[in-house]
Design a protein around this ligand. Sequence first.
Ligand code: PEP
Ligand code: MN
Length: 348
Amino acid sequence: MTKKANNENLMIVIMNHDATTENIQAVVERLTEHGFDIHKSTGAAHTVLGVVGDTASIDPRDYELMEGVSEVVRISEPYKLAGRLFRKEDTIINVKGVEIGAKEIVLMAGPCSVETREGIREAAKFVKASGAKILRGGAFKPRSSPYSFQGLGVEGLKYLREAADENDLIVVSEVMDKSDLPVAMKYIDIIQVGARNMQNYSFLKELGNMPKPILLKRGMSATIKELLMSAEYIMAGGNHEVMLCERGIRTFESYTRNTMDISAIPILKSLSHLPVVADPSHGTGIRDKVAPMARASVAAGADALLIEAHQDPDNALSDGAQSLWPEQLNELVDQLKIIARAVDRTFL
Ligand code: PEP
Ligand code: MN
């Protein structure tokens, strides 16, 4: 945890075939003024400048605009702490004895929202019975409409905590605003950052100071690199316990609510050492498509699953259409145990 970020961030500048000696010199001088080491190679047609140093803060476009420059290419990724270069081994996040990122794949399940005290207690019971270790439930809900159920707020967090404690479960829940962090810290074990907040940089900076693991959801229009840069924001503040969550992205496809980007799972696993969580509930938005995408996620290398389940999904206050019935959750768990074995993992 005390390891320093690798500050070597390589970049190369490729000059045009007709770049003049003055053009090349101007680029070299500008880079040298900024403290970079330049390695110049002159080929038959092009001069290539290798830039060594911490180029993460450089905007390549500033150099692309210079006369005689053909292209500026980053060799190292701008995410230093979240990348495999910083840490080769997988990060394992231990939350009250539950390890996320280890050989065992972890199940996080529960309703979209905490609706009533009794409701979440009932949910916690069937979630526990399914074998899940972590109870989900939103108390602060980011709804597309201001007229939809907004969540019970702090009262919901209290109910969630009580239900989890009764069943020896860990709690994951979304916080949307930094003003809610102090109270949320009392009740939540893993702070969820919702898709809509993935690029709320002042909030991410705040989370960098929090002594709690963060489940960072991919924004619905965010690239994999942007997700990693958001993780970087939290890590740069000192909190290295970040889980990356694929929850579907917005595409031209309209059959599903979102397009579950299964390929993001192995890509994130190779680019980053952080645990990867798959959320096939928001990833599809359709109840009977959740299980196939959950199975695919485990096969693709997910370290944990985040699944919405409800004892009475037809009457849920949010996301009922993508929530599994308790029996469906149990059936899925049995299938995932088999798939996990095929990829040298265990499930529950
Ligand atoms: C949720 O988990 O219920 C949720 C609102 O997720 P997302 O931010 O991915 O839409
Ligand atoms: Mn939901």
